[in-house]
Design a protein around this ligand. Structure first.
Ligand code: EPU
Length: 338
């Protein structure tokens, strides 16, 4: 049974850098650790929260329960001709896996370079960037069922992937803990360079026939130029989702704001750029006490050093209300609030 610590600081375990404690804290290095933890009496009495890289959460207060930090490591590869199945432990740092795959010439996740967080979190919110989402390369995952202690395999269909969505955030929330993920990659790259910023950066570098490591480098450069590094400025990436609205709603918005940034979405819907809506409300680069929005990306809320989670949350309410008032569009938080 791994050691359960009391009053453990979470400051270095959430990328917002919010200074809160967990009442109880334990690390799981193996599936057997999860089995032991979930059989222990403490779990019956306490709320339980599974923590990966802490890159998509905002703690507004101390966590009055047990935090289980996933630290299951390991990368295994199976190759058949050009097809490669890479299985990684849930606790592996996502970007380390990306670097490993790029170095070995395994294509498919290079566009997801530098996304903070861990492997285990990648299917939960179907992480995505620059034209690629996890669902495009997801083969399967193994997950520990908290009620039974059994490990089950999930196929892509069973995960119910959507835009920043999966069953693990919805119907099965709190019921399973992802222990490993298998991605189907290829040694024959099928590069996705259609995202405007990638194309522009490739052109600027005069790269006509990019390799996967070129793409990975270009994506890293774009991210670094737009997004704050959580090591120096606390943040959790995009704080809100890009809203998806009906065509009718879009038409009336477009009449008033013909310059509104938008993209087609499935089922005849329209996706709006939340960053644009927030910027138009005058929030880009705003400093509000110890919090604010990032100067190069209004969708990212930051901690200027000593913000409390509550302060960041209240600032996010202000943004939601202002956007609602100006555009009649509801912004939903992408970040999990605790
Ligand atoms: N925009 C503005 N002002 C801003 C920010 C954005 O006007 O301050 C407009 C521009 O029109 C820009 C457009 O929004 O062209 C899109 O901006 P960007 O390319 O930065 O992407 P995003 O839609 O803001 C999404 C993801 C990011 C992902 C990027 C790149 C969500 C919620 N966010 O952001 O994911 O890196 O696309 O693919 O879908 C994350 O989820 O944490 C995250 C960083």
């Amino acid at each position: 049974m791994p050691l359960i610590k009391e009053n453990h600081s979470l400051k270095n375990l959430n990328t917002f850098g919010i200074d809160v404690n967990a009442k109880y804290f334990v690390e799981a290095h193996h599936v057997e650790d999860l089995q032991a933890i979930f059989e222990s009496p403490i779990v019956k009495e306490q709320a339980v929260l599974i923590l990966g890289g802490g890159s998509n959460m905002l703690f507004t207060k101390d966590y009055e329960g047990l935090i289980v930090r996933m630290n299951i490591l390991g990368i295994e590869v199976e190759q058949q001709d050009t097809e490669v199945w890479v299985t990684a432990g849930a606790g592996e740092v996502w970007n380390n896996l990306v670097s490993y795959c790029v170095e070995h010439g395994f294509a498919g996740i290079e566009n997801l370079t530098l996304i903070p967080g861990t492997v285990g979190a990648s299917p939960i919110q179907n992480i995505g960037a620059y034209g690629v989402e996890i669902k495009d390369v997801f083969a399967s995952c193994e997950a520990f069922e908290t009620a039974t202690g059994l490990v089950r395999t999930f196929s892509p269909e069973e995960c119910g992937f959507g835009y920043r969505e999966s069953v693990f955030k919805n119907e099965l929330k709190g019921k399973y803990i992802i222990t490993s993920v298998t991605y189907k990659l290829s040694t024959k790259p099928n590069l996705k360079t259609h995202y405007g910023a990638i194309n522009a950066e490739l052109e600027r570098r005069n790269i006509q026939q990019p390799s996967i490591s070129d793409i990975s480098e270009v994506v890293a450069a774009i991210r670094v130029s737009k997004l704050p590094d959580p090591k120096t400025i606390g943040n959790a990436g995009s704080f809100f989702k890009n809203p998806i609205i009906t065509k009718a709603q879009f038409d009336s918005l477009f009449q008033k704001f013909p310059e509104v940034a938008h993209y087609p979405a499935p089922n005849n819907k329209v996706k709006l750029a939340a960053g644009w809506l927030i910027e138009q409300c005058g929030f880009k680069g705003v400093v509000d006490g110890q919090t604010g929005t990032w100067k190069n990306q209004a969708l990212v809320l930051v901690n200027h050093g000593h913000a409390t989670g509550d302060e960041v949350y209240r600032f996010s309410e202000k943004i939601i209300d202002t956007v609602q008032h100006k555009f009649a569009v509801n912004l939903e938080r992408e970040v999990n609030i605790f």
